[in-house]
Design a protein around this ligand. Sequence first.
Ligand SMILES: [Zn+2]
Length: 440
Amino acid sequence: MLTGNHCDTLYTADYVLTQNASRDIIRYGAVAVSGNSILSVGHSDMLSIMYPDARKVDLGCAVILPGLINGHTHVPMSLLRGFSDDKALMDWLTQDIFPQEAKLTPELVELGAMFSMAEMLRTGTTAFYDMYMLERSVFRAADKMGMRAVLGESVTQFFPSLSCRDADAYFDLVREQAMEWINHPRIRQAVVPHAPYTTTPELLQRCYRTAEETGALFGMHLAETQAETETCLKTFGKRPIAYCHDLGLLSPISTFFHVVDTQQQEAELLASTQCAVVHNPASNMKLASGVSPIDTMHRAGVSVGLGTDGPASNNAQNMVREMYMASMLQKVHQLSPTACPAQMALDMATRGGAAALHDPYIGSLEPGMRADFIALSLTPPNMQPVHNVVSNIVYAATGAENRLTVVDGRELYRDGRFLSCDYEALRSEIQQAVTWATKS
Ligand SMILES: [Zn+2]
């Protein structure tokens, strides 16, 4: 425990769930915050004596836990929530989603991104990994909203894109953004090709090299469906993960999203190359992509995070709901009630998310970590009684129990109020803006 430093605010609650290596849960606990970091975590009576001058926030009948981490999403797509559902993937994309996306503007992207961030802050998410088009607007939105984020302009082999006339312009944009955001305390860039089936091998290798050169991360949708595997086998004679390995894309800066159609030795390859994986259960169910073998990956030693995917294929940006679905999906798929227990789902949404964002300072509440945490109320009927607080969070909570979201030491949401945006103005703007979306 660190001592002798100034504590700005002492947050106390009936439970503090640390998610540290031994998963300590502190009854009547406290989190002491200094600047953007956690100074100490312990019993509230002891920390109150240690820091008598700190501002005190007593959350009472609540549980403080690390902020949830959304490992994969496309935040601007809140503009298309509910616009088109229940269609076959290629019909959904080509008939409804792509024609709308072709009409996007930087202003619309920024608005959609802010709206998703409001939803995440309200439901207890503090950090996310995003890829989309016109991503420069998402950088701006994340900066304004105060969230922690890894952000990347998605790229395919098809030019011109909304942002770039050709591949050279794309890599110029990546380098420009690297300079612009290099020292930001919460925002980091990723180079994010869309998927193996929308890119060339040369483009993928150039993306990876540019990520290394600019100190960015590397991310991509991978092995999402059996159809992707078949296309990859037909075009390159290899399954998607082996194809990426042979191109040199599997490394400790890499995060792969979905990773559904995956075999044992592929999981071992991902583990030995220290890649992170993000599981997206709701999106995989809604688009009928399949079930990711997260047990196999865990056993192989892969770090697995959890993500919502975009609001058009989920349709929520709510990580509390995602934890529940992750657990339920594995149980019914494996026909085993012991599959993906509550603690595993919570680990994926916190520690696994930190690995997916390659950020060693988030995912648990410990001295020296960033002050990114949330507090769920335990007073609603669905949260009582408390036999097992982790069980209540994963199996009974809805996300609406969240009372407080703190990112980098700053309160961004508290008891129904958004502290980094005017939510009513945002809501009225998005109501007007969605007239841009029209079905032909
Ligand atoms: Zn996605």
